[in-house]
Design a protein. Structure first.
Length: 56
């Protein structure tokens, strides 16, 4: 996550558990963020999706 953004806060925003957010961040078992989720996260914290989700 971006600096200052907490897993718990993302979980509340997306209405999922913190464990689900963690799994998606770590791509555990193929879990990944949906485009709608990425959009919500970026809008909430004014983030650029390219640097958050597509950076190698």
């Amino acid at each position: 996550m971006a600096k200052g953004v907490k897993v718990k806060d993302v979980a509340v925003l997306l209405d999922v558990t913190p464990a689900t957010v963690s799994n998606k961040l770590n791509r555990k078992n193929g879990a990944d963020f949906k485009m709608e989720e990425a959009y919500k996260i970026c809008n909430k914290w004014n983030l650029n999706p390219n640097t958050i989700f597509f950076d190698d």
